[in-house]
Write a protein that binds this ligand. Structure first.
Ligand SMILES: [Zn+2]
Length: 259
């Protein structure tokens, strides 16, 4: 039975908040990561969606929308530039107000995406490119919005998609800009973190042998680290993605992207 996309998103918010409060999950993630996830999950909300498919955003929250495959959503307008959390992250990193403003002004007016059948969810933001005085090129992202595939079922690993995307929303807030040249390795690293959290949720909800994609990525990562390999440098991360692509697990980022 097809879900009403809004009810679907509401249900997923509630279940994810519950999943993250489970003692087994808190134990598995550790106190700091767990606290961070709980803080993020407390800010989830359902935005209103206009007939123009634009989400009406609220300052400081993390919007979640349910989309059926083929449905569109656009992030634009009020509160779609830097969120207060992103501004705070930039200030904490010592980015001067004038540079913050230049980064923010580089954001394209809107980001429109269509949900595809294969995806469980995506985190989207307005995107920008900024070249610093030294010639360094940066990629910039605005406030994140999470879109979930409302046709998804409750199969192990599908019911934790919001937990995975919430990690990405937190990453967009903690570091709203990245060096162009580091972009790929950052993406790979961010996926390992999102799968790490999702794997803990899958284990709590099902079992450690549920064999979800997140659990398989997590297990491959453990093997990788236990064999003395790292995930620190760009080369390490690209090597890990290449390794995953040669296993049955498959890579974490689009196959069309060369690593
Ligand atoms: Zn991801």
């Amino acid at each position: 039975m097809a879900n009403n996309p809004e009810d679907f998103a509401k249900h997923r918010i509630e279940t994810t908040q519950k999943q993250l409060r489970a003692p087994g999950v808190i134990h598995s993630l550790g106190a700091d990561a767990s606290r961070r996830m709980l803080e993020l999950s407390d800010r989830l909300y359902l935005p209103e969606i206009g007939t123009d498919r634009v989400a009406k955003l609220q300052e400081g929250g993390i919007p979640v929308v349910g989309l059926l495959p083929g449905d569109e959503i656009e992030v634009t307008g009020e509160h779609s530039d830097f969120s207060p959390e992103q501004r705070k992250s930039l200030s904490d990193k010592g980015v001067l107000p004038a540079v913050q403003e230049a980064l923010e002004n580089s954001l394209r007016p809107g980001e429109r995406v269509v949900m595809d059948e294969a995806s469980g969810g995506k985190t989207i933001s307005r995107q920008g490119k900024y070249t610093g005085k030294s010639g360094t090129k940066w990629r910039v992202v605005g406030a994140p919005l999470i879109a979930l595939n409302a046709e998804d079922d409750d199969e192990p690993g599908h019911d934790t998609a919001l937990g995975h995307e919430l990690v990405h929303a937190g990453q967009a807030e903690a570091l709203p800009f990245t060096k162009e040249t580091n972009r790929l390795s950052r993406r790979i690293y961010e996926e390992t973190r999102a799968y790490h959290v999702q794997s803990a949720l899958d284990t709590y909800l099902h079992s450690k042998d549920a064999n979800t994609r997140a659990q398989r990525v997590e297990s491959a990562m453990r093997t990788w680290l236990e064999s003395g390999r790292q995930l620190k440098t760009e080369d390490d991360r690209k090597d890990f993605e290449r390794f995953l692509r040669t296993t049955g697990v498959g890579g974490m980022i689009k196959k069309s992207i060369d690593v």
